[in-house]
Design a protein around this ligand. Structure first.
Ligand SMILES: [Zn+2]
Ligand SMILES: [Zn+2]
Length: 145
């Protein structure tokens, strides 16, 4: 049987001594299929569609756990809601459409990384991370305006 991306993650967690649960697998499956970052309430909805009804606390705990394991990455857009996506190899940013809520991942060229280094030096500030999202109107929405 072919190993799915979820199998690989679960296996890695098991090696770290963490349990393999049906809920965790269902959550990971949701994230494998989503292109847009997902909030906790949205995740609960997707899970219920698959016949899983974990309580709110379990959902938040799982999200925090998977984030701490660096399997998920937390993103916060302008509305302040915490959303999660699969942590990807490449550092990226998002284009967020304020009309239809479409979210696209984009990579910003090296100028930004250089600016980060410059700021860190100039301010003697040890930068650990940064988050940068762009808000606007996507191509599709521009056409229908
Ligand atoms: Zn960046
Ligand atoms: Zn749009």
């Amino acid at each position: 049987m072919k190993q799915t991306a979820t199998d690989i993650i679960v296996e890695r967690l098991q090696q770290g001594g963490f349990r393999d649960t049906a809920t965790r697998r269902a959550i990971l499956d949701v994230f494998q299929k989503r292109v847009k970052p997902v909030s906790a309430p949205e995740l609960s909805e997707f899970l219920s569609e698959k016949g899983f009804w974990p309580n709110k606390t379990t959902v938040y705990r799982e999200l925090a756990f998977l984030r701490d394991q660096e399997i998920l990455h937390e993103v916060q857009f302008m509305d302040g809601t915490r959303r999660y996506e699969m942590a990807s190899e490449t550092h990226h940013h998002h284009l967020v459409c304020v009309d239809c809520d479409a979210v696209e991942e984009v990579v910003v060229r090296e100028d930004l990384e250089q600016e980060e280094k410059r700021l860190a030096r100039a301010k003697r500030f040890k930068i650990l991370n940064h988050s940068l999202e762009f808000y606007g109107i996507c191509g599709k929405c521009q056409l229908s305006r």
